[in-house]
Design a protein around this ligand. Structure first.
Ligand SMILES: [Ca+2]
Ligand SMILES: [Ca+2]
Ligand SMILES: [Ca+2]
Ligand SMILES: [Ca+2]
Length: 283
């Protein structure tokens, strides 16, 4: 009888251990699943945006205003409440292409030489800029909106497309794509749980030098199309998507947030091919 009891206790102990391990594994796989889902949302957001932005166009002349491209960022006071770059400060940067906390050094200039023969824009060398170390590494969140024209799905017509983060179908933090074609508006969700959406605009109109930089806003109507390029040459994009397992609304306002953050740069074909765009010559 004693032996049986010992055996039963042993089985119970093994089962208990197995249950604890199973719960830990499940929690781990839920976290992995949440990260994969967030990564999927972020990738889809950047791919959809890149595909549209690459086709941004000037005109047509009969539409008002003829040159139409707006971009704006509003910088939020909060980030993911984590010290992502391990420098002792939390969320100390803004996604603006600048080194806001002055910890950039010449050695952090990552793309002086991109490959054996390809260099970064000469005017960007020796200055902190996008994707250099210590630039925009541990950022606060941003709420951006971009509005531009692109060819519509029906040949010969034009759509006005707007991207922004808002509430869709009662759900907050949705990256929304709104498209107006011939007076008809369609809006659809591109990504969910988007905590940050930022866009920077490369101005090809500034003379080569340190003034040629990423702008945090754009208004094509203020640019003289006869002598300048009304579209940005490139747009740098950032999205941060919530990747935690708890519901976002159940997280206390001071707790750190699990996030996935992706960035990319899109070139605008119509700007690159514009006759007023003066390219920097490569060395
Ligand atoms: Ca952070
Ligand atoms: Ca930091
Ligand atoms: Ca910095
Ligand atoms: Ca910055």
């Amino acid at each position: 009888m004693v032996e049986l009891l010992v055996a039963l206790l042993f089985v119970a102990a093994v089962l208990g251990g197995a249950i604890v391990a199973f719960v830990a594994l499940q929690r781990h796989s839920q976290q992995t699943q949440a990260r994969l889902t967030a990564l999927g949302e972020a990738r889809h957001a950047l791919l959809t945006l890149s595909r549209d932005l690459a086709q941004a166009q000037l005109g047509p002349a009969w539409m008002s205003p003829p040159n139409f491209f707006y971009g704006a960022n509003s910088y939020l006071s909060d980030g993911n409440r984590k010290d992502d770059d391990g420098d002792g400060s939390v969320d100390e940067e803004q996604f603006d292409g600048l080194d806001n906390d002055s910890d950039w050094q010449t050695a952090d200039d990552r793309h002086v030489l991109l490959s054996g023969a390809l260099y970064e824009r000469p005017t960007s060398r020796g200055f902190p800029d996008f994707s250099d170390a210590h630039v925009d590494e541990d950022t606060k969140f941003t709420s951006a909106s971009i509005l531009f024209r692109m060819p519509a799905e029906t040949t010969g017509t034009v759509s006005e497309v707007r991207y922004y983060v808002g509430t869709f179908d009662g759900q907050p933090n949705v990256l929304i794509r709104e498209r107006i074609t011939s007076g008809v508006t369609e809006a659809g969700p591109i990504a969910f749980n988007v905590l940050s959406f930022s866009a920077l605009f490369w101005d090809g109109n500034q003379p080569p030098g340190p003034t040629r930089k990423w702008e945090t806003s754009w208004d094509a109507t203020t640019i003289n199309a006869a002598t300048q390029v009304p579209l940005p040459i490139s747009v740098a994009l950032e999205v941060s998507v919530y990747a935690g397992t708890k519901k976002l609304e159940n997280i206390p306002p001071t707790d750190p947030l699990e996030t996935i953050r992706l960035t990319t740069i899109v070139n605008i074909e119509a700007a690159l091919n514009h006759p007023n765009y003066v390219r920097n010559s490569l060395p």
